[in-house]
Design a protein around this ligand. Structure first.
Ligand code: C2E
Ligand code: MG
Ligand code: MG
Length: 592
């Protein structure tokens, strides 16, 4: 800085030759310093491109010392990656404008090529002829490498290193353009591993990751070099056959299923059998839109899953007709189960006298990313119709028991977890076993669990159901009859049925203060329960008046918005630490 100030001062003074020569000495020194210390490679050539000087950075980047390169032509650095015309264009630009800047591939002394940002300036004599050329360049290899890495990261799946969804969509777009231009057909093959979740849940995520990598390899091995494969997400892979008939694609699908059905041996020594299902759509026939094609292949995939897994299906347009609305919901529901989109909310069960919480009812919610929280009435009927209620119900049981365990472990004082059971679920031959498993997994005593069964699910009076409930009750599980009073059934089943609690349906509670009939039904149900020696709990209590009337009629337990709506798991833990409140022992009417 001092030197620069003194140069400016000297320029201003500009009085004598000696002062000028001092200035040019300093300027030369400075140029020398810059030349020798800059990180940019500098090369000076004569007007034929013969090197006459290089700086240390040039040596560091190219590997050529000044001795080795001076006297040689700049062509020594050419990488062989550019056409002759590329260099001709550069030089014609430099000749015209005295300057060129751009990216170029050069070759280092030891042979490797590297990208550089090169600037060439010409130095002209007084009559404007170029006498020297000065080239300055920056080695871009590190920047390029990180750019490439970033690009790879953005387009590949980290675990399997396969192209990701984004790359798939790009590639599918190109494939569609080509298929339309060249009038060829191609296939989108959607592969979903069948029992991956089981491995992931039982052996841990490390094993799951290893399995995904091995499965990806197997799929890859079944493909030709120019077939494209991507990881779509989770245990889903997409194979894109850019030129394939229906027949050829079906053969590929069958071979993938066969390969994936063979056992995988993990590094832990575990041998796992998973299998895969496949759905296919064809372009441009089924659609010209990449997203739609993927959706169609997905729909076909879920048809394959419904058909019993380890099989393949092709998309057919009738799937989009009216009947498919249910199927779509079913597909989404299956997906929801796989993707953990189902959640339980918990509504407190309280003692009406002091509003103390003694238990919770687990209520199912579907946290659909597109629709938000879906209430059970919107999806349980489809689940029930399609048999999905059995796995969903199993999940509910296990989750609710696990939740009860957490409450106990955290010192919570509630003593009851009520779980709703559907008609289909209760008739499933494995139902009792699934209850025992859920209790066992959560290390939960059966007394904590109450199963709520609607009157409607019990009317058929079948012995198998009664036997199942009797067994469960014999081990200590409590049984409640839900929505009591709405089943239009004969009360005779109450004689045979093992149960502990009657839940008075909300429809009667709502009108208890205003409608004499509702009040009479409620009173009758309460005395019926008392006479049978059972508990009675009123649902849907929303006002103090209802609470007081119920209490006055002898109902001691209830639930409803007056106390709390169903709350999420997180909110529940805050509620469950309340003081212990044992259930009241019901009064038993003396027999005549
Ligand atoms: P439910 O077993 O009778 O459950 C009580 C329903 O009443 C719940 O509706 C609850 O949110 C609602 N509720 C509670 N207190 C009040 C109140 O004060 N006012 C009003 N207006 N509503 C109240 P949700 O959660 O929509 O459940 C509806 C039904 O779906 C349940 O009726 C039950 O039959 C069924 N369900 C819920 N979860 C499951 C499940 O995991 N399995 C089966 N099989 N069925 C379930
Ligand atoms: Mg219920
Ligand atoms: Mg109910």
């Amino acid at each position: 800085m001092d030197q620069l100030i003194s140069i400016n001062a000297a320029q201003r003074a500009n009085t004598s030759c000696s002062a000028l020569s001092a200035v040019s000495d300093i300027a030369l020194d400075l140029a020398n310093i810059v030349f020798n210390s800059t990180q940019e490679a500098i090369v000076v050539t004569d007007n034929r491109g013969t090197v006459i000087g290089v700086n240390p950075a040039f040596t560091a980047i190219t590997g050529y010392s000044a001795l080795e390169i001076v006297g040689k032509n700049m062509r020594s650095l050419q990488s062989g990656r550019h056409q002759k015309s590329f260099y001709q264009d550069i030089w014609s630009h430099v000749t015209r404008s005295g300057y060129w800047q751009g990216e170029i591939w050069n070759r280092r002394k030891h042979g490797d090529v590297y990208p550089a940002l090169l600037t060439i300036s010409s130095v002209r004599n007084r009559v404007g002829e170029p006498t020297y050329y000065v080239g300055t360049s920056v080695d871009l290899s590190r920047i390029k490498k990180s750019e490439l890495e970033l690009d790879h990261f953005a387009h590949h799946d980290e675990l399997t290193q396969l192209p990701n969804r984004r790359s798939l969509l790009l590639r599918l777009n190109q494939a569609l353009e080509r298929a339309n231009k060249e009038s060829v057909t191609g296939a989108v093959i959607f592969v979903d591993l069948d029992r991956f979740k089981l491995v992931n849940d039982s052996l841990g995520h490390g094993a799951g990751d290893e399995l995904l990598t091995l499965a990806a390899q197997r799929i890859k091995e079944a493909l030709r070099a120019n077939d494209f494969m991507a990881r779509f997400g989770g245990d889903e892979f997409i194979v894109l056959l850019e030129q394939a008939t229906r027949n050829a694609a079906e053969k590929v699908a069958a071979s993938l299923i066969k390969r994936l059905s063979k056992p995988f041996v993990l590094s832990s020594g575990h041998e796992v059998c998973i299998g895969a299902s496949v759905g296919m759509s064809f372009f441009p026939g089924d659609s010209n839109n990449p997203e739609t094609l993927l959706q169609q292949a997905d729909t076909a995939l879920y048809q394959a899953k419904t058909a019993g897994k380890s099989t393949h299906r092709s998309y057919s347009p009738d799937l989009t007709a009216g009947a498919s609305v249910r199927l779509t919901l079913e597909i989404q529901l299956r997906r929801a189960l796989d993707r953990n989109e189902l959640a339980l909310h918990y509504q407190p069960l309280v003692s009406l006298a002091d509003k103390q919480i003694f238990g919770f009812e687990a209520l199912l919610r579907w946290d659909d990313p597109a629709r938000g929280l879906v209430p059970p009435a919107d999806f349980l009927p489809v689940a029930e119709e399609t048999g999905l209620m059995v796995p969903i119900g199993g999940w509910v049981l296990q989750s609710a028991c696990a939740q009860m365990r957490r409450i106990i472990d955290q010192g919570g004082s509630v003593t009851s977890m009520a779980v709703n059971i559907s008609a289909r679920q209760i008739r499933h031959p494995e139902f009792a076993a699934s209850v025992v498993t859920a209790l066992h997994k959560a290390s939960l005593a059966p007394q904590y669990l109450e199963l709520e069964i609607t009157e409607g699910a019990l009317v058929s009076n079948d012995d198998a159901t009664i036997a199942t409930l009797s067994f469960l009750r014999s081990i200590g599980v409590r049984i409640a009859i839900d929505d009591f009073g709405t089943g239009y059934s004969s009360l005779s089943y109450l004689k045979k049925l093992p149960f502990d609690t009657l839940k008075i349906d909300r429809s009667f509670v709502t009108d208890i203060g205003s409608d004499a009939v509702s009040k009479a039904i409620v009173t009758a149900v309460i005395s019926l329960a008392q006479c049978l020696g059972r508990e009675v709990l009123a649902e849907g209590i929303e006002s103090e008046q209802q609470r007081e009337l119920l209490l006055a009629s002898g109902c001691t337990l209830g639930q409803g918005y007056l106390f709390s709506p169903p709350v999420s798991e997180n909110a529940l833990l805050g509620l469950s630490g309340l003081k212990r409140r044992d259930r009241l022992t019901p009064t038993i009417c003396a027999r005549d």
